[in-house]
Design a protein around this ligand. Sequence first.
Ligand SMILES: [Zn+2]
Length: 370
Amino acid sequence: MKQFSIPLGKFFGIPTTIHWTFWILIIWIVYRGLAEGSDRVEILWYVFFVFVIFACVVLHELGHALAARRYQISTRSITILPIGGVASLESMPEEPGKELVVAIAGPLVNVAIAIVVWLFLFATGQWESALENIEEMTTIHAGNFLFALLSVNILLVVFNMIPAFPMDGGRVLRALLSFKMSRVRATEWAVNIGKIFAILFVFWGFSNNPFLIFIALFIFLSAQAELNQVRAADLLGGHTVSSILMRDFTPLRTTQSLQQAVDVMLNGQETSFVVLDEANEVVGQLTKMDIVRGLSEKGVQVAIGEVMKPEVQWLTANMSLQEANDLMLRNNIAIAPVGERGNLQGILDADNLQEFLMIRSALGTTRTSI
Ligand SMILES: [Zn+2]
């Protein structure tokens, strides 16, 4: 389905794409228009209107992205979905003041658009008549287009500022709470309040607007994921890679057969391996999943070099565990060599990192219950 996504190019260096599911919205609008007996011109105006709204959504996301850039946080991409836009920031600033700025920058763009449109309507003497004809806003046409655009931008501001984490209002709420309490506590509060709104969205969505149900689902899933991330960051705080560095491990070689990887796996505890070439350089990683896939696709005699993943992410022993965790998650790394090229000191295994988190979190609960 990916081929139906439309790359819009780069804005301020950020690749921006319309996700293929966006077309469902357009098809839905055309279908509704036809079913309600609207004529072709009316439907075209409506489709055009939706594109202009989503242009405003792109500008909203650019607001977040450019605010984040002020704090040296880059944005990987902006994606336009039928439920709105998503700017994939590398991270969120942890200082509440900065998070507040990044969160509010998006809605402020819509405030700015609304003001510009209002000034234009006012200056051209259309404002009065627009207000008088407000009841006739059932269809979009040249006469009420700008007024409708103004209204939608105000709606976007109001909707985004609903304190449903991780929507903008929820981020503002978390930032404000973070001034008073720890980031983990603030996130827990923001997530729980967000879930209440998500439930309201579901009820409202069933009777009015099905898109709200998708937004509720997005809130539920991404809020929980972000809470887990914040908790992990908190638990990992103050620890370095050296605390769970494994010095005793079995490296595999590109020239060995998959059979040998299976033997090592079955005879020990290791499930992920770093792979070395003839010059003893780390050139890839081999996980249990890679082994299983390799066995079913190529058999036991295939060379490890042919089934390994060539991603290598070097870590250093004094790197913070939080940074190591972020790097491994972001780059989809299961096992990382620690040290530097030519000096492999040990490895860090993502499974061990998860165990470490579980133990730390169990200790944490014991401590608070005393
Ligand atoms: Zn936003």
